[in-house]
Design a protein around this ligand. Structure first.
Ligand code: ZN
Length: 341
């Protein structure tokens, strides 16, 4: 196995510990007000770093040594040009954890204008530059591509372009790729595009498969040979906008999505998939963002990042998953994704 490109430089995969492969470290409150607002004399950036460092505090005791920030340009804490990934270096040093930065473009409605305007070749070049020279002006190299997103029940032309660009950059750089599906939809269509682009499926993770309503569909995706992520553990209740809030929204009804998926269903499904021989293809994470904490007071609202390692893995053990199999899902599988081919 090659090396892993963390925000502080290359690390050998065997030194990563257990890994949370899909998180967003600069999006832990819906706004600075929840942290009391910026302290006098400190910048908002200091507050963001301090909040992330304190949120990560419990992980070392759970054997988790690495967190991957999969924030795309312009959403979940990543700024439009990506320059603020430099803050991940401070968080890594102060929390004494390895951090890997992803790079990606999110759903079309949330994508920066420069990404919407870019053609396939220039998008591919941008992703490659992120991996080789660093994201934006930060000098921080991307260690993985993702979360590369497609919409609910459709893949727009822009989203397809960005997915193809990420796959081409993956093949060229040897880094891994994690996708975002919206509630698990369009996963098989993502696999079609991966095959057309001759992606290395052993280094691809289809994201958010724990939110698809049908276990049979999840099985079908796993049978294609890609890895699948149960990466929204703790998010039993979701509530989100399908598009950014318009500046001039008229009064009256508008479209929002709410969703419920219990962690007992997640645990039961993982146990079934492990039983069926898929343990080498499953990755676990929380995808925690501060905006959703209030909806989930019993899970990450209570335990934060410690919920997966502290509470949810016990639910897996109760269902017959072994400690060694948990280790495969939290250590070997994400390490394979992150190690350069
Ligand atoms: Zn995410």
């Amino acid at each position: 196995m090659g090396v892993v490109h963390t925000v502080l430089g290359p690390v050998r995969p065997e030194h990563l510990g257990r890994i949370m492969h899909h998180e967003h470290l600069l999006s832990l409150t819906p706004g600075p007000w929840l942290a009391g607002g910026p302290r006098p004399g400190s910048s908002d950036e200091d507050e963001l770093v301090a909040l992330a460092v304190s949120a990560l505090r419990g992980l070392a005791a759970l054997g988790i040594g690495t967190v991957v920030d999969l924030s795309p340009y312009g959403v979940v804490g990543r700024d439009v040009d990506g320059n603020n990934v430099r803050l991940l270096r401070r968080i890594s040093r102060e929390a004494s954890l390895h951090i890997v930065a992803g790079t990606a473009v999110y759903l079309e409605a949330y994508s920066p204008r420069w990404a919407v305007m870019a053609d396939l070749n220039s998008m591919t070049e941008r992703f490659l530059r992120d991996a080789v020279d660093g994201i934006g002006a930060s000098g921080v190299r991307a260690g993985v591509f993702g979360e590369q997103a497609t919409s609910l029940d459709q893949i727009t032309a822009h989203e397809e372009k960005c997915l193809r660009a990420a796959i081409r950059a993956q093949r060229e750089s040897g880094l891994g790729l994690t996708t975002h599906t919206t509630h698990g939809s369009m996963a098989l269509e993502q696999v079609d595009i991966l095959r057309q682009e001759r992606a290395d499926l052993s280094q691809v993770v289809i994201g958010h498969m724990d939110t698809h309503p049908s276990l049979d569909y999840v099985r079908e995706v796993a049978r294609t040979g890609v890895s699948i992520a149960f990466d929204t553990i703790g998010k039993q209740n979701w509530d989100f906008f399908l598009e950014p809030e318009p500046a001039n929204r008229p009064d009256g009804e508008f479209v929002k999505l709410a969703y419920h998926q219990s962690d007992s269903t997640r645990a039961t499904r993982i146990a079934a998939l492990v039983q069926e021989g898929h343990v080498d293809q499953i990755l676990l994470a929380q995808d925690l963002t501060g905006a959703e904490v209030y909806l989930n007071p019993g899970t990450h609202g209570q335990s934060g990042y410690s919920y997966l390692g502290g509470t949810f893995t016990a639910m897996l053990l109760e269902r017959g998953v072994t400690e060694q199999q948990v280790d495969t899902m939290m250590r070997a599988n994400p390490a394979r994704l992150l190690a350069t081919a």
